[in-house]
Design a binder for this molecule. Structure first.
Ligand code: ATP
Ligand code: MG
Ligand code: MG
Ligand code: MG
Length: 469
């Protein structure tokens, strides 16, 4: 059975053999796009090459790109622990053509890799195309021999990609694998498509238009190709499962989590271990790049992921910080492909340990408060915004962590109440501060306080000052 590391190499070698330059993954913190929180696709590092602003000495490239989808436009944080196919951190395998080959070659490249190189059963594969893209549909029919009922025409934006309001755009085709009717889910375009039976493995974008500001769409003189295939998804498939968390890499991480918590990864414990394994990867890779937990921006997304994992460790009965103890297992699996992990190992462990020590000071009391509140709720009643705010403000529970905890019990947060409480807090702090008469300073302070997420920051510092670290 090929390992994740084998599959990554096979992919890159295959495209290298077909004239593609093998390009390293770019960083998770995008260097060329201040509007993007994290790199979330293989094409991000090539954006300027696609638009022609930047020239490279190759017109075909392939990569395995580190991606994080937590926060921002693509946010899969809430899917982790609930679907078999989503991670917050994953690797996206991709092949790219910068005005070089187009549909006639991109589809056969993908089909041959899947069916010949990887030996996947053709009868289990089906594809979607954008509803007007007859060209792609015909290639699938002619080259792959797919029958019409396995070429699903999708009229929505799911199959039409664009870089932004203007710029390159075009239809996509997605390749799905049918894992069988013992798993819940329906084909793309059906009401049950979000199940895990039909899993999207590969997305191929045909960049063929240029969207103009006035609404016109011009044909690009040299159309391009951008593709993305989730390494963990193709690995699951090639290892005989529909579930990414059953792959060799995740098994190792889940075993490590089971070993440090002393809880076997079965039954209702399983989900905790899955979340921990997933969040271990995203947090470790982010810290390796120098992102630190904080109360704003990227650092706050990191903190949210870390604390979610720490709550799950707590639910497994962990009495001491555990996340940092899992780092060696991750480094042993991925340090070869990503040396920054091995190089950053000490810093990753230290950062995880410190954050878990801090959060544990309030986590237990916060969870008890939350449990009590839930007990007091009437049938179908939401947790009040004030309670969620108290958990945030006093106990350091990010809102999404509270929501995650409630979701397990079929409850949610009254969001408006939470936002109101947050607003009130800010107003009160402002009123108190303006009494000092230093209006100019106050303005600066509030700008900083807003940027730093204010209240949680203060509560958190107070906890630290109590001196348990
Ligand atoms: P899905 O519909 O399953 O959420 P997507 O259409 O959002 O996937 P794309 O944006 O097309 O995904 O990304 C390209 C490929 O990357 C997907 O076909 C899939 O194999 C993989 N992928 C996307 N999101 C994730 C994720 N959160 N975890 C693991 N793999 C992912
Ligand atoms: Mg998605
Ligand atoms: Mg999709
Ligand atoms: Mg897709």
């Amino acid at each position: 059975m090929p390992s994740l590391n084998d599959i990554r190499s096979t992919y890159l070698d295959y495209f290298k053999g077909n004239g593609h330059a093998v390009v390293d993954s770019s960083s998770l913190v995008p260097r060329n796009d201040p509007t993007l929180m994290f790199t979330n696709a293989g094409m991000v590092q090539f954006k300027n090459v696609f638009t022609g602003v930047e020239k490279r000495d190759y017109s075909r490239a392939t990569s395995s790109q580190k991606c994080v989808r937590a926060g921002g436009k693509h946010n899969d944080l809430d899917n982790v622990g609930y679907t078999a196919r989503h991670h917050t951190f994953f690797e996206m395998l991709g092949n790219f053509s910068f005005g070089d080959y187009f549909k006639e070659e991109a589809i056969p490249f993908a089909w041959d890799l899947l069916t010949k190189e990887f030996g996947i059963d053709k009868d289990k594969l089906l594809v979607t195309v954008y509803h007007t893209d007859d060209e792609a549909a015909n290639i699938w029919k002619k080259y792959a021999g797919l029958s019409d009922d396995r070429i699903i025409r999708i009229p929505t934006d799911d199959n039409f990609w664009s870089m932004g309001a203007t710029g390159p755009c075009g239809p996509c085709t997605e390749i799905f694998y049918d894992h069988g009717d013992h798993i819940w889910g329906g084909p793309p375009g059906s009401p049950e498509e979000d199940g895990d039976r039909f899993i999207e493995i590969w997305n191929i974008v045909f960049m063929q238009f240029e969207q103009q500001e006035n609404g016109d769409r011009l044909n690009l003189p040299k159309p391009s190709i951008d593709t993305g295939m989730g390494l963990e998804r193709i690995a699951a498939l090639l290892q005989g499962s529909h579930d990414n968390y059953d792959t060799d890499l995740f098994k190792t991480l889940i075993e490590a989590s089971a070993s440090v918590t002393g809880q076997a990864p079965y039954g209702d414990k399983n989900v905790h271990h899955r979340v921990i394994a997933d969040h271990l990867r995203s947090t470790s890779f982010l810290i390796a790049e120098g992102v630190m937990p904080s109360n704003e921006g990227r650092g706050y997304v990191l903190r949210r992921i870390m604390r979610r994992a720490m709550r799950h460790a707590h639910l497994l009965g962990a009495k001491d910080p555990v996340m940092h103890q899992l780092v060696p297992a991750l480094v042993s699996q991925m340090g070869g492909a990503y040396p920054e992990l091995s190089q950053g190992q000490a810093m990753i462990e230290e950062t995880l340990k410190l954050e878990e020590q801090r959060f544990r000071q309030t986590l237990d009391r916060g969870l008890k408060l939350l449990d009590n509140e839930i007990l007091g709720l009437a049938e179908g009643e939401d947790l009040s915004g004030e309670s969620a705010f108290k958990l945030y403000d006093t106990y350091g529970f990010p809102l999404d962590l509270t929501q995650d905890a409630l979701r397990e019990k079929g409850r949610s947060v009254a969001i408006e109440g939470f936002e109101k409480a947050m607003e009130n807090q800010k107003t009160m702090a402002r009123a108190a501060w303006s009494g000092s008469g230093e209006t100019a300073d106050a303005a600066i302070w509030f700008e900083l306080a807003d940027a730093h997420g204010s209240t949680e920051f203060l509560g958190y510092e107070t906890e630290v000052a109590e001196g348990q670290i």
